[in-house]
Design a protein. Sequence first.
Length: 509
Amino acid sequence: MKTESQAEKRKSISELHRSRYKRNSISKNADESRRRRLAIDQALRRKHREQLITAKRFRHLTQQEEYESAGEEEGDHHISYELTAGDISKIEEELKSNNHEVRLDAAKFLSRALFDPSKALRDFVVDGDCVNILTQLLTSGDAEEQLQAVVCITNISAGSYELCIKATPTIPYLISYLNESNIALQDQSGWALGNMAVEGDEIRNMLRRNGVVSPLIKLLDATDSHLVQTACFALSNLARGPDAKLEEFFEAGIVPKLTSHLINNTPDTVTEICWVLSYLTAGTDQFIGKVVEQGVVPLLVQNLESLQAQGPLALPLIRTFGNIASGPDEYTDVLISQDRFLPGLVALCNSECRPVKKESLWVLSNITASRRPEVLEKVIQAGAIPVLTEIASHTNFDIRKEAAFSLTNIACHGDKYIQALPNNVLLPGYLEFVRSEDPELIKLGLTYLQLLLTHVPQGKALMQAIPDSIYSLESVTLSTHSDLCRTASVLMDTYFGENNEGVEQDILA
């Protein structure tokens, strides 16, 4: 016996997954820059993953790029004082200088100041001539000035909406630079466009109208892994939102290009690719199908083992699995047909990284929602029940709830499955759900109690052996939620009333 509400696929733990991360200092080299960016990314995803937060990154030139022309080994990377209106006037004057070196130094200083702009600097961007001057540098024909101007635009677009919107007139120039042979300029332009894409549908539509999607996807042909990661960052931000127009991504051949980088690549690159895939598969079943049909799943599973020990780096991969599993059963079949998928997923459910654990449990709950016993058999053979039982019995409610969804889905498949569960261990935890004040948890607990009492011969005795268990059930009869009240009342009357022979009823429909 199982109703639609008892075993259902859940599209996502959160409505939108990508979390905000901004660079908060200037790194000394490109590798350190990316390592620090990922570290901030991981920390903030842990903190903010249950809400929609934008994803932006400040970006700076490497130390060598900034100081080798001056012969300096070290530099002052931070502006330690608030720039005044007088300071801004001096910077503006130097940006307009006829001397190339003066202009370049002023642009470098400006890029650092834009990291945490003073009020005077914000006014210069919002109400002043800042972007117009930077646009002149973009059109100067000098590669150094162009690059440094794009760094400034990257940091402007990494700021608030009122700053970011001021940078949008530079969009055509940035897109044109994506087709240049200068990798540094391509890379920096991709960062700036990716930051702009975060700000919302208004700017994303502006970017699309300027033709940004195709050049970014062409960057995926690059052999430079950093450039590929940058392209993925921008593409994943463009693929956000309900009006992402994903058809254009697929028409431009994005999936084969992404797939080519899933073979023998670094965890950092695989993670960025999976962020794009997580958005491509967060849409309709049609788009999930287009990804699955192009043979991505086996390559994703191959990368599962290498990412297991990488903590939050595994999140977009898991999310992509979850989106696929939330689609039709045939997509789930593609996943579980990979021998290493279910054992790897169960291992991730035991991760020390809380977001990874929770996300993996969500994926497993979608898989156990399948109507077919053969899917359940594979889940059980992968050793899921002991892992789920431990989690459902000893962790925090939000994590326990995710494990409980899978266990309840398994129990819904009939006598064989619920009787195979360690119900004496599970029952106290489900009773805690019933005693909670969360209607979803209470419903989950009542669902299990109803299955236990109707399908396990010793179910009633198990409940009676636990102090206050019947009182816990009875307390729900006073709930202000009519459905919960009705369910608890029927269970009480059927199994613990004066005439309680115990007749199975479908009371949770």
